[in-house]
Design a protein around this ligand. Structure first.
Ligand code: F6P
Length: 361
């Protein structure tokens, strides 16, 4: 009988749980269904490089992966075959060549594990080049539409929450205003969840452009209650609303963040207004590194198994997702176009406001 040969790749910024997805795909696809599973290194680059960088993945070679951070396949956010950049900077479309190489390898279709950018490429490959694709949503930012959560998100929230717990004690000891900058270029999910979990006093997110005076009022109000310190979480994409000096927003990845650092900017705006001692901590890639928390291990495993089941039923062109605790799938065509932002009027923000957290707007 003909053995099915399926490709898998991880694209975009890494997220805890990528290896757990690979493991689940290999265990279910190769181990239980008898398929060949081929991994492309560094997203689509593995197919395009000469010689190709492809790995035969078997349950044996994928042992011990569940708790490991990073991705054994490597990843990159500079691998768009439709807008390929040569080393001299020249741009060209290599998507037809990519499709040809995938076919030449005898690969029937791809399981594409990635965020919005990678899923968009996957969908274009299917629509314009006829390469069958199933998507698995990943990003610590949790800003992909149509899924309750992407895997990696809760691991990032855990790191940010622990950082807040630690900042709290030193903030209190020194009567300082501590600003923790977390990832979230376009969406404030990490800042919002970590801020609530870590008992922050203020949260700044891109969805709610802030008025620095409101944060000043919060600091002063706390001082009047003899709470002489304040802990603030700032998403890297947060910015002051119009009317306050615009720091300028710079391109970052596919989105924009405040030039010079969102937390640093807010610290400056506070210091211009009141006598305050601030300290800024930028958590950066600590949020992406390390292994996944149990929730992300479970979600990644469910996603990997579900992706294989979609391929098994020839349901190409779908993205697996978590919808109200249940795994199902949605057409890639819909997802590739939509991002998922914090609703400023939604329940989570209301809960945060309900315990006195100030958003600056
Ligand atoms: O993928 C999301 C993200 O973590 C963003 O929050 C962040 O701005 C970006 O990736 C940084 O990615 P890199 O440093 O890998 O370009």
């Amino acid at each position: 009988m003909h053995t099915r040969r399926i490709g898998i790749l991880t694209g975009g910024g890494d997220a805890p749980g990528l290896n757990a997805v690979i493991r689940a795909v290999v265990k279910h696809g190769a181990g239980q269904k008898g398929w060949e599973v081929v991994g492309s290194e560094d997203a689509f680059n593995g197919f395009l490089d000469d010689p190709p960088r492809l790995l035969n993945l078997t349950p044996r070679t994928c042992r011990g992966l569940l708790h490991r951070g990073g991705t054994i396949l490597g990843t990159t956010n500079k691998s768009d075959p439709f807008a390929w950049r040569d080393p001299d900077g020249a741009a060209r479309d290599r998507s037809a060549e990519l499709a040809e190489r995938i076919r030449a390898e005898g690969i029937e279709g791809l399981i594409v594990v990635g965020g919005d950018g990678t899923q968009r490429i996957g969908w274009r490959l299917m629509r314009e080049r006829g390469v069958p694709v199933v998507g698995v949503p990943k990003t610590i930012d949790n800003d992909l539409a149509y899924t309750d959560y992407t895997f990696g998100f809760w691991s990032a929230v855990e790191v940010a929450t622990e950082a807040l717990d630690r900042l709290h004690t030193t903030a209190e000891a020194h009567d300082r205003v501590m600003l923790l900058e977390v990832m979230g270029r376009d969406a404030g999910w990490i800042a919002l969840h970590a801020g609530i979990a870590g008992g922050a006093d203020c949260i700044a997110i891109p969805e709610i452009p802030y008025d620095p005076d409101r944060f000043v009022d919060k600091i002063l109000e706390r001082r009047r209650r003899n709470r002489l310190f304040t802990v603030m979480v700032v998403a890297e994409g947060a910015y002051p609303r119009e009317g306050t000096p615009e720091p300028g927003r710079v391109a970052h990845g596919r989105g924009h963040i405040a030039a010079g650092g969102a937390a640093r900017l807010l610290a400056r705006l506070l210091a211009e207004r009141i006598d305050v001692e601030t300290r800024v901590t930028v958590l950066g890639h600590l949020q992406r590194g390390g292994g996944p928390v149990p929730f992300d291990r479970v979600l990644a495993t469910r996603f990997g198994v579900a992706a294989v089941d979609l391929v098994d039923r020839d349901r190409w062109g779908e993205l697996v997702r978590l919808d109200h605790h249940r795994i199902d799938s949605v057409p890639l065509a819909e997802v590739a176009e939509a991002q998922h932002f914090v609703d400023p009027d939604g329940q989570l923000v209301a809960a945060a406001r309900g315990v006195g957290i100030e958003f600056g707007g």
